[in-house]
Design a binder for this molecule. Structure first.
Ligand SMILES: [Zn+2]
Length: 359
């Protein structure tokens, strides 16, 4: 049995992971933008940015904090850069998640971890906060979907190797004091057969032996055009989660981080995860419109019909990297404010009545 992890009160808030980068670190309001400082200046600037991201979360009242992914350019490739067996000069264009073309590095030999990738960053974060810490890593299936493989016989074999590497990293992150390790698996929302056939088993390889909490984040992606076009094609009800929740529920993963607010996901699908902790996305990262605390509370009320109160973790739908800092800051404040409204209602017994009649 894993430790329950510190929870200061009901509905502890967190982000999916990334926060906007300061303009002195990288071009703002842009995904995957290039670093501005170089060499030793860059290393110091990344640490400074991590402290800024931490301060913004804590100031907004976010309960479970992260590094804001300030030390990575891309949620998958920055991790892969630290591995042997990958040739970043040899690039191929592949279709990511069956949706958009991207130029990606090539797997040219057996993959292995040359050295810890994020462990020093996690130690640095841990040393600067008393709050519970969540750390995001790419999921093995999403990693395998973000490279061109010229070495392994199939995608499963590559993902399994990635999982072994992720497990090494995760064990060291746990030892560095990380409370929740999250694996980002947007690919789970696309390759349903693979998820059932080997995706869950490979994810369980990545979490093997961990005593900290483990989470899987499955979303509909950042607000880039390829994703918004895809969302527009999904019809009035997004039922992708229905395909994979039963096998996730049967898995050893403790928590599931999901997109909810402003999506067309029928929230009753959360019932399929009953018993798991659910990070309920109550902040839309694909719009600059700031949610009100009342809207956040409403998402929590709706989710409470399908998620036990002690297992409900309000969060953002996805990373906030592409937003402006002021928008991200205001959204975090709304998230914390909405969770507080829900706490007070729940304590007074009003929340079920308030949530009734909605779906
Ligand atoms: Zn996401």
């Amino acid at each position: 049995m894993r430790s329950p992890g510190p929870a200061p009160h009901l509905f502890p808030t967190s982000t999916a992971g990334s926060m906007p980068k300061p303009s002195w670190l990288a071009e703002p309001e842009k995904l995957w933008s290039q670093w501005k400082p170089e060499g030793r200046d860059l290393a110091a600037a990344k640490q400074d940015a991590l402290l800024v991201a931490l301060a913004e979360q804590e100031h907004a009242g976010i309960d479970i904090v992260g590094d804001g992914e300030q030390t990575r350019q891309h949620f998958v490739t920055t991790f892969i850069e630290g591995l042997a067996g990958v040739d970043f000069a040899k690039r191929e264009t592949v279709k990511i998640r069956n949706r958009y073309d991207a130029s990606v590095p090539t797997i040219v030999g057996a993959v292995s971890r040359k050295e810890p990738v994020f462990v020093e960053d996690a130690r640095f974060l841990r040393a600067h906060t008393a709050s519970p810490v969540k750390w995001a890593l790419p999921g093995p299936m999403t990693m395998a979907d973000t490279v061109f493989d010229a070495h392994y016989p199939n995608r499963e074999a590559l993902a399994r190797e990635f999982a072994t590497i992720l497990n090494q990293e995760a064990r060291e992150l746990e030892a560095a004091g990380v409370d929740i390790i999250q694996f980002d698996e947007p690919a789970f929302n696309v390759f349903f057969d693979d998820v059932r056939d080997w995706g869950i088993a490979v994810l369980e390889r990545a979490i093997e032996g961990l005593k900290c909490q483990t989470s899987v984040h499955i979303c509909y992606g950042y607000g880039i055009k390829a994703n918004t076009d895809w969302k527009a094609s999904l019809g009035s009800q997004w039922r992708q989660y229905e395909e994979i929740f039963p096998s996730i529920r049967a898995s050893g993963v403790d928590m599931v981080s999901l997109e909810c607010h402003n999506s067309r996901v029928p929230l009753e699908l959360l019932e399929l995860l009953r018993g798991k902790k659910v990070m309920v996305g109550a902040i839309d990262v694909a719009t600059n419109t700031i949610e009100t605390p009342e809207q956040v509370a409403d998402t929590i009320r709706c989710a409470l019909q399908f998620v036990d109160a002690d297992k409900l973790y309000p969060s953002t739908n996805c990373g906030m990297a592409p937003l402006s800092r002021s928008v991200a800051r205001a959204k975090l404040q709304a998230l914390a404010g909405g969770a507080e409204i829900a706490r007070q209602e729940f304590a007074s017994g009003d929340v079920c009545a308030a949530g009734a009649g909605r779906n």
